[in-house]
Design a protein around this ligand. Structure first.
Ligand code: LLP
Length: 422
């Protein structure tokens, strides 16, 4: 039976359809069937959306320069299946800890295409990176520079970049702004000059270039110019990495720069400010993964107070972003034709008042048992999921061509006690 499809907004994963009765299909799979098979809450990941964004990044760079590398910032979605998919697509990988390094290598990334970040790398983590023979270590501070020099065996050289704090703040939430004048990340300009001299004098380090990352969820690209102009004063190097940071639209009325516009801006800034012949590295996280994923929840309770509270079976254990960054999301009630909405607070099930997923959500008369779908939860959702209130973390379900498969199972109550010792 053919039904008319209402177009879904640009925030939903590639290929999503919604018909006039509110039937939602993700990767060709009916959302209600997914909820029945895998339970809720569940992260539903549209594989083709991940692949398509990886390809867009790669081809946007390939069309503009010969010497580039796109690193997946794995902190944004550190799941083996996601890492494996991006390795297959030919991306490199940025890891920010020994744990992320382990995940990237286990997922099949060529060690030479893995690059280690972190503002507090331990000796063990540096050693782990050296043993694995990774690509770049992005050195953050003078203590780390000395540690690394001592760890690299005589006769060998480790390639490094230096992370610079350019003193430039983009227009984003202060908690995800990382390159401002008083940041914990990277070298200030004085220390950067010292570090450059030391690294260049060292027979154990190969200083390939400079790195900066000014922040995340950046919608106005202008600050990349100011940051690169500062960093360009530090000398002439082969490689420059301007970090990640490209923001995404979380709601239908929001818009974000296209991947191609972001790449064009970065490549042309490099040419203009640094000249020809430089190697450019980029490390997007959010823009690769955010749109791929929709979280499905079931409504458990509805109550009327000053506003209506609609409480679901997840919340701050699967999505901390509304609580940490006042991040705005939107939702639909699956199987209910859109329209006739009332403003409700879509609340989580956790024991604190901050556990509101969407304040003032426009939802058509949600009732207990309804299925709720929240898009744009691929970035930093699974990544920051936790067991608050003993909540088992949700599964990750890959969907495509009408097929669904869990790539991470739901946690069980046994998992909650698995680390206990007698
Ligand atoms: N490179 C470095 C050195 C980073 O620190 C980050 C993110 C990225 C790349 C990737 O940035 P992206 O392209 O995803 O903006 N939990 C926060 C975001 C924290 C970002 C941390 N660093 C959130 O949920 O908004």
């Amino acid at each position: 039976m053919a039904t008319t499809q209402t177009p879904v907004s640009h925030v939903w994963p590639l290929g999503t359809t919604l018909d006039a009765d509110g039937v939602l299909r993700l990767g060709g799979c009916d959302a209600r069937g997914l909820a029945e098979t895998f339970g809720t809450p569940a992260y539903i990941v549209v594989e083709e959306d991940l692949r398509s964004r990886a390809r867009r990044f790669l081809s946007a760079f390939a069309q503009r320069t010969d010497d580039y590398e796109v690193h997946f910032a794995s902190k944004s979605f550190p799941a083996t299946a996601v890492l494996r998919l991006f390795a297959e697509e030919g991306l490199a990988c940025d890891v920010a800890s020994g744990g992320e390094l382990h995940l990237a290598l286990n997922a099949g990334f060529d060690p030479k295409k893995v690059h280690l970040h972190g503002n507090a790398k331990s000796i063990a983590e540096l050693q782990q990176a050296l043993d694995a023979g990774i690509g770049d270590i992005v050195v953050d501070n003078l203590v780390e520079l000395e540690r690394l020099e001592r760890l690299v065996p005589a006769g060998e050289r480790q390639r490094i970049l230096l992370r610079i704090a350019p003193g430039v703040s983009p227009d984003t939430h202060p908690k995800i702004s990382t390159g401002g004048p008083n940041t914990k990340f990277g070298f200030n300009l004085d220390d950067a000059r010292t570090a450059i001299d030391r690294a260049q004098a060292s027979d154990r380090l190969d200083l390939d270039g400079l790195h900066f990352h000014i922040g995340s969820q950046i919608l106005d690209l202008a600050p990349f110019r100011a940051a690169l102009e500062v960093v360009a004063q530090l000398g002439d190097f082969r490689t420059y990495n301007m970090g990640g940071g490209l923001g995404v639209a979380y709601t239908h009325e929001q818009s974000a720069p296209e991947i191609e516009d972001y790449v064009e801006r970065k490549v042309s800034l490099m040419r203009e400010i640094l000249g020809e012949g430089k190697r450019i590295a980029d490390e997007p996280g959010r823009a690769l993964v955010a749109h791929s994923t929709v979280t499905l929840y079931t409504v458990e309770s509805v109550k009327h107070n000053v506003v209506d509270y609609v409480a679901v079976d997840g919340g701050m254990s699967d999505n901390l972003r509304p609580m940490l960054y006042d991040a705005r999301y939107e939702a639909i009630v699956v199987g209910r034709p859109p329209g006739g909405s009332t403003a409700v607070h879509l609340a989580g099930k956790h024991c604190e008042s901050s556990d509101i997923l969407i304040a003032g959500a426009d939802l058509p008369d949600p009732r207990p048992g309804d299925l709720i779908a929240v898009p744009v939860t691929g970035a930093y959702g699974h990544a920051m999921a936790n067991n608050y209130n003993g909540q088992p973390r949700p599964p990750l379900v890959f969907v495509g061509d009408g097929e669904a498969r869990a790539v991470v199972r739901r946690e069980t109550y046994e998992d909650l006690t698995r680390r206990d010792l007698p």
